[in-house]
Design a protein around this ligand. Sequence first.
Ligand code: GLU
Length: 263
Amino acid sequence: MTDLIASRADIPTAKRIVVKVGSSSISGENVGQIAPLVDALATVWQRGAEVVLVSSGAIATGMPHLKLDARPTDLATQQAAAAVGQNLLIFRYQESLDRYGIVAGQVLLTAGDLENPTHRSNAQRAMERLLGLRILPIVNENDTVATHEIRFGDNDRLAALVSQLVHADLLVLLSDVDALYTRPPQEPGAVRIDDVPFDDALAGVTFGDIGSAGVGTGGAGTKVAAAKLAAASGTPVLLTATHLVAEALNGAAIGTWFAPAPS
Ligand code: GLU
C-alpha cells in the first residue's frame, strides 16, 4: 500500500494516514479541539484517503467522573479512569464525526498484541476491513490489560506500531508543541528542527521531562522514539501541534519532518 510521500508537499496525496493525538490536546479545557481535529480528518477522508486516529485521553476524560481533580498516581485507578473515560471519548468523536456522516470504529490494542503473530494478524485483518468499509478506526491502548502507554508515552509508541501494522504512508504525531526543538522550547537558545534525515542520531538534542502537572505522559523523547520506529519501517512522520493539524494535512511547511528509511 505504501506510496512514497517524500516530503511535506506530498502529504495531500497520502492514501493511508495515521494521526496520533495526546490526552492534553483533547480533554479538559482542550475538549473543544476535538471538533477542529475531526474537521481536518474529515477533509482528508472526503478526498478518499484512509484515516486511522490513535487517541489517548481515556484517563483524562474519565477523571471528572471519578471525582478526581488530578491524574491518579496508582495504576489501578488510572486503569479504572480509562475504562470510564474511553466510551465517553469515543462518544465525543462519533458525535463530531456525525457532522460528516463518518462512522468510527473503536480498536483497543496493546503492544503485546502486535508482537503476538495470531493477535497481530487478527488486528491487521480487522483494520483492513474497517478501512475498506470506510470506517474511521480510533485506536487506544487497551488499558485494562496493558499499561505501557500509561507509563511511558501517551500512545506515541502505539501509534508507530499501528503505522507499521497498516503500512501507513504517513504518520502525523500531534502534541502541544509545534515542532521538535534542540532543547525544551521554553529554554533560551532552543532552535526548531525542520527536518530529520533518516538515521540522524539527533546528537546535541536535549529532551526535557514532561513535568507532573499535565494529564499526558509523553514528551519529546517518546515522540522522537516513536517517529524513529515508524521511519525505520518506511513511514515518514510529521511532528506538529494539534491546532495545526489542518495545515499539516494540507502539506504546509510546518512541524518537524522525519524522513523514512530508503526502500
Ligand atoms: N491509554 C491512556 C489514555 O488513553 C494513555 C494515555 C495516558 O497515559 O494518559 O488515557
